[in-house]
Design a protein around this ligand. Structure first.
Ligand code: NDP
Length: 292
């Protein structure tokens, strides 16, 4: 049976490290600050914003939660971002995705001060990741996946990693991060997506599979070779009459059939999810260190 890679435990370890760093910053009279901007009232986004705010408070960070009505215009939002860019108490800014349809998300991301872009979506940070410049910010979910691999004792250097999905939030930065030269990287990376031919052939040659496609339980036992390490990024709702809410959350991996073959695997929930927010906190502390 596979080793279960417990995201909550690894996230707790990250928080322990951050508490130490935050205490050091405090001694210099500095408190890291994160501003989270939510436009509209999407319930899932609201829940994410709440949990980010809660985690900031638990760590003793300065937290600014800006909840704007769905009718907020592009210009109003840009003006809010500009105020946060100039606020010295705010070291990190995140605009919760997705915004309402009338907002040009790319323009909002480009308006962020790259030094405060703790989500790592600004073109300047994307370029830094491609260049292997460690002063940039790497998107939180791929950063969390890398940490899970490291903490589970998985050999990344020289391994064949197959990333499923090529989004700018997960798949692409994940691939770039693990193919970099250096510690905790040096992998041979293949990216597969909806147009890939013979996907099973490719995934079966992977030492490490990272699934981020948003398709419930898509990765089956036949996709995975014996002894592979499997990181499941997916969060998908499936109907479940027996659950209190009428649904349950499953990953992109069919856990029950894949886990007997895998050497190690993340659960959903409790795997990558807790790491994403932990790395957001880590990026905020890094932003503060760089700005002060
Ligand atoms: P996107 O929808 O932006 O991207 C999905 C990617 O998967 C695309 O590249 C798409 O290919 C590819 N894809 C879709 N269907 C298939 C298929 N049948 N076979 C092969 N490739 C396919 O999703 P995200 O990257 O934003 O998110 C992926 C999953 O991760 C979602 O379940 C999301 O909820 C979850 N997630 C979890 C986070 C966490 O904290 N745990 C954070 C972020 C996301 P193509 O480009 O060709 O369309």
């Amino acid at each position: 049976m596979a080793q279960l890679i417990e995201g909550r435990a690894v996230a707790e370890k990250v928080y322990e490290e951050l508490r130490g760093e935050i205490a050091q910053l405090r001694e210099r009279g500095v408190t890291p600050g994160l501003a989270v901007v939510l436009v509209g009232d999407d319930p899932a986004s609201r829940a994410y914003v709440r949990s980010k705010d809660k985690m900031c408070r638990e760590l003793g960070l300065h937290s600014v939660k800006l909840e704007l009505p769905a009718a907020t215009t592009q210009e109003e939002l840009l003006a809010r971002v500009e105020v946060l860019n100039r606020d010295p108490a705010v070291h990190g800014i995140l605009v919760q995705s997705p915004p309402p349809k009338h907002i040009d998300e790319g323009a909002i991301v480009r308006a962020l001060d790259p030094a405060k872009d703790v989500d790592g979506f600004h073109p300047a940070n994307v370029a830094k990741l491609a260049l292997g410049d460690a002063s940039g910010f790497v998107p939180c979910t791929p950063l969390g996946c890398q940490r899970l691999l490291v903490e589970s004792g998985t050999q990344i250097s020289g391994a064949h990693v197959v990333v499923l999905g090529r989004s700018m939030i997960v798949g692409k930065p994940m691939a770039m991060l693990l193919m970099q030269k250096g510690k905790q990287a040096d992998a041979t990376v293949t990216v597969v997506h909806s147009r890939t031919r013979n996907m099973q052939e490719i995934t079966r040659s992977a030492d490490i599979i990272i699934a981020a496609i948003g398709q419930a339980q898509f990765v089956k036992a036949d996709h995975v070779r014996e002894g592979a390490v499997v990181i499941d990024v997916g969060i998908n709702r499936v109907d479940d009459a027996s659950a209190q809410r009428g649904y349950r959350l499953v990953g992109d991996v069919a856990f029950d059939q894949v886990s007997p073959k895998a050497a190690a695997i993340t659960p959903v929930p409790g795997g990558v999810g807790p790491m994403t927010i932990a790395m957001l906190m880590a990026n905020t502390v890094k932003a503060c260190r760089q700005q002060t």
